[in-house]
Each structure stands twice: as C-alpha cells, then as structure tokens.
Design a protein around this ligand. Structure first.
Ligand SMILES: O=C(O)[C@H](CS(=O)(=O)O)OP(=O)(O)O
Ligand SMILES: [Mg+2]
Length: 239
C-alpha cells in the first residue's frame, strides 16, 4: 500500500484481489481501455464487458446491431479487434460494443461488486484522477491487469493516476517512458501480438487524449462501461 497524502492506494494483480474494494481503478493501457476510450470517442453509447468469448457471441447473436470486439486475431462472429488504431476509423455512433479481452475485461469483472469501478489508461488519466479527487476517494485499489499484476505499462499508469489525483502538477514523462519500454509495447511493435495496427503503441501512450473517465456498473446481468465527464472544480488547482 502507498500513502498518497489523503488517498491510500493499493496496487494489486487480478489474482491478488481478496476482498471487494470500495473504489477500484482497473488499468489496461495496452490495449483494452485505450480501445474502450476510442470506442466512446467514435460514438459508442456503452460497452458491455463480456465474461467469455461465448458470452460475447451469444450477446451478438441476440443483438445483431451490437459490435462484438475481441483481442488477438479476427475471428468468425466478431466485428473487429482490440486495436485503437483500427477502431479509430470505425463509426460507432449510438452503438453498443461487446468487448472481451485477455486482461482488461477480466480485471473489471473481478471487481464488479465494488461500489465504484473505473476503467483507465493514459488516454483518460487526468479525467480519472479528477473523478477520484471529486469523489474524495480516500482508499483506492488499482487493479494491474497485465502479466499477473506485473505489467509495467499498467503499473506505471496506475502510479501516475494515483500521484496525479493527489499532486496535480505530477510530470507524466517518466511514467510514459516506462510504459513505452514495457514488454507489451515491445510485443505490439514486434508483431508478437495479433490484431495490431502500427499506431497502437503510440495511441496507448497519448496522455489525456480524452476528457472523460470511464465508469463500469452492473446493469443486471451485465457489466456495462460508460463515459463520465468530470467537470473541473475551480478549487482543484489549490489541492
Ligand atoms: O489486446 C491486447 O493487447 C491484450 C491481449 S494480447 O496480449 O494481445 O493477446 O489484451 P488486453 O486485455 O487488452 O491486455
Ligand atoms: Mg493489457
């Protein structure tokens, strides 16, 4: 645990979650929650976080107008893949996206009972930090979704958001450098991972590209992610 002034921050891998936290920030920089933010920027109304590939396909069959998205290579029944570079040219106006990935969506579903669940990457870092400040969240569990809690792009982003929530002047450069040198970034650049656009790493490292945070709630029986705009408070400059 790390004490950030008024906010206690824990950084845990998915398998280390032993109890329901009051506030969870689920971090997946590469690439689930960068993709989710791009989906909202492209007009998606909501994102259903699917428990399994089968559930995603079942939901798609039940709602043919929904957009089914998975990580890895393209697959029958799915409309697209987990790539911000590919998604940024897709018009998702008013659509519902169903997303299933290896790490990000699993991490969010692992804390679905938490009263407040945010999903984050660098592209929504400031909005996420601002929401934590606005709601005066004094105990926050950051879920490091990649590599059993050791993915440095996720840990760096989580540590940055935690610092940014309590110290608005925090410089992002060192955190972004770590993410850019992470194993995930190397695998995306080198073509080890599939369903990749050449711009994916750069898009995942765009600090504060979007002005909204992303809040996941249970809309029984589904877990649904939606954008949440957090107004800047005039007194936040003095925090
Ligand atoms: O799409 C991703 O980058 C990863 C899966 S893989 O490592 O490419 O197979 O999924 P995510 O849940 O977004 O980390
Ligand atoms: Mg990841």
């Amino acid at each position: 645990m790390r004490d950030h002034d008024w906010m206690k921050a824990r950084f845990l891998g998915i398998t280390e979650l032993s109890q329901t936290p009051p506030v969870a920030v689920v971090v997946d920089v590469m690439r689930a929650f960068t993709v989710a933010a791009w989906a909202f920027a492209q007009g998606a109304e909501k994102i259903v976080l699917a428990e399994s590939l089968d559930e995603a396909l079942t939901l798609k069959a039940r709602h043919p107008d929904w957009v089914a998205l998975k990580d890895g290579p393209p697959a029958p029944g799915f409309d697209t893949v987990n790539s911000p570079g590919l998604l940024r040219s897709v018009d998702l106006g008013g659509r519902t996206v169903v997303q299933k990935t290896t790490a990000g969506t699993v991490g969010a579903l692992a804390v679905k009972e938490a009263p407040l669940v945010l999903c984050a990457g660098f592209v929504v870092a400031e909005a996420t930090a601002r929401l934590l400040r606005t709601r005066e969240c004094d105990s926050v569990t950051f879920v490091i979704t990649g590599e059993d809690g050791h993915a440095d792009e996720d840990l760096a982003c989580a540590q940055y958001i935690a610092r940014r929530a309590t110290e608005p002047g925090t410089d992002a450069a060192e955190f972004l450098r770590r993410a850019g040198e992470s194993r995930a970034a190397a695998e995306l650049r080198e073509g080890v991972r599939q369903g990749v656009h050449p711009d994916d790493v750069a898009l995942c490292l765009e600090l504060d590209r979007f002005p909204f945070a992303m809040v996941a709630t249970q809309e029984d029986p589904l877990m649904v992610l939606r954008p949440c705009t957090v107004p800047a408070l005039t007194d936040q400059a003095s925090i």
